[in-house]
Design a protein around this ligand. Structure first.
Ligand SMILES: [Zn+2]
Length: 392
C-alpha cells in the first residue's frame, strides 16, 4: 500500500512547475526585512492549490506562512524554508540580473536560487501533491515559509518557536530544513561566538612612539595573529572550528600613535565548546600579550549561539537513509563541513530532531548564485519518500 502510494506521489512530480515556481520566487527582491511581497505570492499559490494556510507575524513586513495538509490528529512533519535573501554587494560580478532568473545548462541563476528559494519551491510543490493524497496520511505535513533567517531568524522561525512554547502552535515531531546540503544528510551545524575586543594603549607623537607610546594597532595585530592559529581538534560531525576577524578600526592621525584599536572576531564553534571556554581562548591570548605591552582591553560578546546536533541514530535519519537507498538508489552520505548556522538551531533547542537536506548549487551570498535543476527532482522525490514513510 505504502509502495503504491509512493509511486503515485512520485508520478505527480512536475519538474517544470518547480522550475517555474523557483523563478517566480527569485523575481521578488525579498531582502531580509521586506518579505511581505514574496509571502503574498505564496499565499496566492496556497489559495490556488487549496492548501490551508495561516500567517504569523511580529512585524508587518516580515510575515511567516504555515500551510498544512493531512490528518490533524497524528504526528507532525514540518518542512521549513526561508524566503529572505542577502543583498547584492557586487552587481558588476554578476553575469545576469540577480533578480531576473536565468536558466542555463541545467542550472537556474539568481539571488536566492540556492539559498533557498528553489528548495522552498520544492516544499510547496510536494505539499500540493500530498494534498491530493491526504486521505492516506496518518499525520500532518506542514510547510513553514519563514522570514528573517539571514539576520538570525528572531522574527521568523524564532517567532514560531515562541508560539509553540506558548501552546499557540503545535510542536512538530520532526523538522526538515531545505538549506543546500548537496543532497547529503546534514545532522549538525557549528555555533556562533562573535565578540568585539577594544585594545586601549597610549597615544603620543610618532617621534616618541618607542618612549611613551603604547600602539593599540600593533597589539591588535599581534592578538589577531595569535587567534588565527590552526585548531588542533576536529569534531567528528562538523569538522574544525572556524575563526575570522571581519572588522578592525584604529588610529586617528598619520602622526599619532593610536591609543585605541577595536576588532570583531567571528568564531564558529563545534558541539561541546562552552561559552566559558570560548571566552577563555580570547582572554588567554590578550593576557599573554599583557606581559609584553602596557595596555588594557574590553571584551564584549556580541552574539553567541551553541552548535547544535541531531543524533545520527534518530529515526528520521534512518528514514532518510532508507529512502535514499531504496527509492532513489543513492548511497546516503552525511554532510560534514559547514560553517553557516541555520534555523535548525531553534528546533534542536526545543528537542525536535531536525535534519537539513537540500539541493546542489553554489555561490550562496555571492555573485552568480545558482542551483542544479536535476537535484530539485531528487529533492522532491526524497521529501515525498520521507513524508510517506513517516506518516503512513
Ligand atoms: Zn539559507
Amino acid at each position: 500500500m505504502r509502495k503504491e502510494l509512493l509511486e503515485k506521489a512520485l508520478s505527480l512530480i512536475n519538474l517544470d512547475e518547480v522550475i517555474h515556481l523557483t523563478c517566480e520566487l527569485i523575481r521578488f527582491p525579498s531582502l531580509t526585512g521586506s518579505e511581505s511581497e514574496v509571502m503574498g505570492y505564496i499565499e496566492e499559490y496556497c489559495w490556488k492549490k487549496e492548501l490551508p494556510y495561516q500567517i504569523f507575524k511580529v512585524r508587518e513586513t516580515q510575515p511567516n506562512l504555515i500551510a498544512t495538509v493531512g490528518n490533524p490528529h497524528g504526528k507532525i512533519l514540518a518542512f521549513n524554508g526561508h524566503l529572505d535573501v542577502v543583498p547584492i554587494c557586487d552587481r558588476s560580478m554578476w553575469e545576469s540580473n540577480p533578480f531576473e532568473p536565468k536558466i542555463y545548462k541545467g542550472q537556474i541563476f539568481g539571488r536566492g536560487a540556492a539559498d533557498m528559494k528553489s528548495s522552498c519551491a520544492v516544499k510547496l510543490h510536494i505539499l500540493s501533491i500530498l494534498k491530493q493524497l491526504e486521505d492516506n496520511l496518518q499525520g500532518t505535513v506542514r510547510v513553514e515559509m519563514v522570514s528573517d533567517e539571514e539576520r538570525g531568524g528572531r522574527h521568523g522561525t524564532g517567532y514560531l518557536i515562541e508560539l509553540i512554547r506558548a501552546g499557540k502552535l503545535p510542536k512538530p515531531d520532526w523538522v526538515i530544513i531545505g538549506e543546500k546540503s548537496d543532497l547529503k544528510i546534514r545532522c549538525a551545524e557549528r555555533g556562533t561566538f562573535i565578540y568585539k575586543v577594544i585594545i586601549k594603549g597610549r597615544s603620543t607623537h610618532t617621534f616618541s612612539a618607542r618612549v611613551d607610546g603604547v600602539n593599540a594597532v600593533y597589539i591588535a595585530a599581534r592578538a589577531i595573529s595569535q587567534l588565527e592559529k590552526p585548531f588542533k581538534q576536529a569534531h567528528p560531525v562538523v569538522g574544525y572550528p572556524v575563526i575570522s576577524v571581519n572588522y578592525i578600526q584604529g588610529g586617528k592621525a598619520f602622526n599619532q600613535v593610536p591609543a585605541i584599536c577595536e576588532f570583531v572576531v567571528d568564531r564558529r564553534t563545534v558541539p561541546g565548546e562552552t561559552l566559558e571556554e570560548l571566552k577563555g581562548e580570547a582572554i588567554g591570548v590578550l593576557e599573554d600579550l599583557k606581559r609584553e605591552y602596557d595596555f588594557t582591553y574590553d571584551l564584549e560578546v556580541l552574539s553567541h549561539s551553541e552548535a547544535s546536533m541531531t543524533d545520527q541514530n534518530e529515526p528520521i535519519v534512518k528514514v532518510f537513509q532508507t529512502v535514499l537507498r531504496d527509492v532513489l538508489n543513492i548511497q546516503p552520505e552525511f554532510f560534514l563541513d559547514w560553517a553557516g548556522g541555520t534555523d535548525a538551531k531553534y528546533y534542536r533547542k526545543l528537542g525536535v530532531p531536525t535534519i537539513i537536506y537540500g539541493p546542489l548549487g553554489d555561490h550562496r551570498h555571492g555573485p552568480n548564485e545558482y542551483i542544479q535543476i536535476d537535484s530539485l527532482e531528487t529533492l522532491a522525490k526524497t521529501y515525498l519518500g520521507v513524508a510517506i514513510s513517516l506518516l503512513t
